[in-house]
Each structure stands twice: as structure tokens, then as C-alpha cells.
Write a protein of this length. Structure first.
Length: 222
């Protein structure tokens, strides 16, 4: 129990220090849920710029997501070449959107608004090609619900801090981190950890000497 309380306090302190340094704002991105889902699938293993270009091509080429589905997987793949792995991503987009349409009767994710958070996550991750990170992004950005997307920056920094054990799976990392954090912290944490990971706690040559988390970080080295 004592260790659990200590880790919870560490998580809260990390959140508070990040907010004091970077602010409480989350990403300004606020897309409709289906748009967010498609963009997040496109962003898998590529840059935001490449994903954004592919997403814009889809919006320009097809009048609606229904029209896009009717056009078929090959047409979608050709439109999203800039996203990389375009055939795989086209297949995932078609599969996930087709399943939504089959279950709901239309391309609509508004049912996630009122589902308990765990059920909303389970619903999304049961779709082909939708993992915990993608589900969390949709729930956080489109529904403003306290789901934490664990990307490479979040995973690296929280492991270095000692919030999650080394070699924790990505799926378990989502569960562990959300269980440690007050819900109000989750809204800013992903955004702030990404900023911190890019500027200070880099994958190579982390700037420990200038890091304001160094005194509470298990991996800090001057």
C-alpha cells in the first residue's frame, strides 16, 4: 500500500510540475470522432505532416466517409500514399468504419459519449486496427474524456521516472498510468509529456542537467 501511495504521489507531482512549466492546455485539435479515428490510423508509424497530408487528400477526394467507403480499398490506398504503409492503413480504415456502420447503422460514434469509460475503450478497441492508443486519442480529443494516449514520449518518460516498470506492454501502460493519475491530470499529461520528450527528455542524450523533474526521476544523471 505504501509503495502504491508513493507512486500515486509521484504521478501527481509530475503532472503538477509539467503543468506549471508547460501549462494545462491540451492539444487544440478537436475533430469529429470519425475524422479523429481516420487521422489517427493514418498517423500510425509516420509523421504528423505525412498523416495530415493523407487526411487532407481523403477529405478533398471524397465528399463524405460513406462515399469513401463506397469507393473501395484500392482508391483509398492511392489517396493516402503519403502516410506510408498505405495499403495496410486503407484496409484498417475500411474495416473499422465498415464495422461501425454495421453495428450502429451509420458512421456515428456518439454512443461513446455516454458509455462508461472502460466500455467506450473496449468498444473502440474491438474494431479492427484500433489499439489502446488510438482509442484513447479519439476519446480524449473528440469527447474530452480522461483517456491517456501512451505514445513513445509518454512511455519513455514515465518508464524513466519509475511510474511504470521497464518492459511494461503498451496495453498495460495505458491501464497502469490511468490508474495512478487523478482524472483532471490526464487532460494535459499527454500534451505536456510529448513537449517534454521533444525538448528535454529525448530518446538519445536526455538533457537531465536542465530537467525540472530530475530530483524525482529514477533515471536522472547529471
Amino acid at each position: 500500500m505504501g509503495d502504491s501511495l508513493n507512486i500515486r504521489q509521484l504521478a501527481k507531482t509530475v503532472c503538477e510540475r509539467l503543468e506549471a512549466h508547460y501549462g494545462k492546455a491540451i492539444s487544440s485539435r478537436s475533430l469529429p470522432p470519425i475524422d479523429e479515428l481516420v487521422l489517427t490510423i493514418l498517423s500510425q508509424n509516420t509523421t504528423d505532416v505525412n498523416a495530415g497530408r493523407a487526411f487532407q487528400r481523403l477529405k478533398e477526394q471524397f465528399q463524405s466517409w460513406d462515399v469513401m467507403l463506397d469507393a473501395g480499398e484500392h482508391a483509398i490506398a492511392e489517396a493516402i500514399r503519403t502516410a506510408g504503409a498505405f495499403r495496410v492503413k486503407a484496409q484498417r480504415i475500411v474495416a473499422s468504419l465498415s464495422e461501425i456502420k454495421h453495428r450502429v447503422g451509420r458512421l456515428d460514434l456518439s454512443l461513446l459519449e455516454d458509455l462508461p469509460l472502460d466500455e467506450a475503450k473496449d468498444w473502440l478497441t474491438s474494431l479492427h486496427g484500433v489499439g489502446p492508443k488510438t482509442a484513447a486519442i479519439v476519446l480524449l480529443f473528440s469527447f474530452h474524456r480522461p483517456a491517456l494516449p501512451v505514445d513513445t514520449h509518454v512511455y519513455r518518460i514515465t518508464t524513466r521516472l519509475g511510474l511504470i516498470p521497464p518492459k511494461t506492454s503498451l496495453k498495460n501502460a495505458h491501464v497502469l498510468l490511468e490508474s495512478l493519475l487523478p482524472p483532471e491530470c490526464i487532460f494535459s499529461l499527454n500534451h505536456n509529456l510529448v513537449r517534454h520528450g521533444r525538448s528535454v527528455c529525448r530518446a538519445m542524450r536526455p538533457q537531465c542537467a536542465t530537467c525540472f523533474l530530475c530530483d524525482i526521476c529514477k533515471s536522472c544523471r547529471h
